[in-house]
Design a protein. Sequence first.
Length: 286
Amino acid sequence: MKRMVTILAASLAMTSFTGSGLAAEQGETVKMVSKQEQQEMVNIAHRGASGHAPENTMGAFQKGVEMKADYIEIDVQMTKDGELVVIHDTTVDRTTNGTGKVGDLTLKEIRQLDAGSWFSEAFTGESVPTFEEVLAEFQGKVGILVELKAPELYTGVEEKVADALIEKNMSAPNNNKIIIQSFNHESIKKSKELLPNLSHGVLTGGSWANVTEEQLAQFASYADYFNPTMKIVTDELVSNVHEAGMDIYPYTSRSQEQALRLFDLNVDGIITDYPEHVYSHPVKNS
Ligand code: G3P
Ligand code: CA
């Protein structure tokens, strides 16, 4: 296991979690886990290690790899001229020095924008990556959790993503290094038909707090992951998702307390802006 984990775990193991934080507020205590349990928790760097570098940039993805995340999570959209780019919002306004909708700009126009300086001057010059660029750089180095972001805006985006993965030989059976997910569940059904050998996930927001066993069974007919907002995660939800045969990767942990709570709820993976939090669960000596 990683040296960093051991050091962080050792220091945290000496800390009482009953006096502060979310768990304590809820009257919970943090359980000790085995090293194996810690190793098995899947660590997903949300939009890259976006607590440390500008989201959805090569710098954030590289940071995620350096921090030993198992996956980087990326948001894929399509430009006016049909190119796949990696950016979260449907406009470039918040995360670049430009303005306008992603779908109204050409790739050339988007590539001229600065996607780093809004976060910190140290990242000036980062650009909006293409999907192709991310695959080329990170294939074989880290898993990639691909979110089809607002696919209803981009006719044919599922086919383009599938073509790019097939072209790079990343659509092989049992390729557990690529997972495709979306809040648009029809889009995921379509993607599953195009890429039947790849794992897919449904993203769900707060309105799915009372998801029924029947609904989970329906999701499980085409998806392998049920990935909800962490706000609705309970023991019962985790258990029901597992009963349905899916894994659960909640989003988005942004504090140590949030990561520890998810860990103790027995989720399978944690989508976080801070990969270091996932490696900080107190570990048993034995
Ligand atoms: O991977 C889950 C998470 O990325 C979904 O929310 O808004 O950050 O894309 P969002
Ligand atoms: Ca996302």
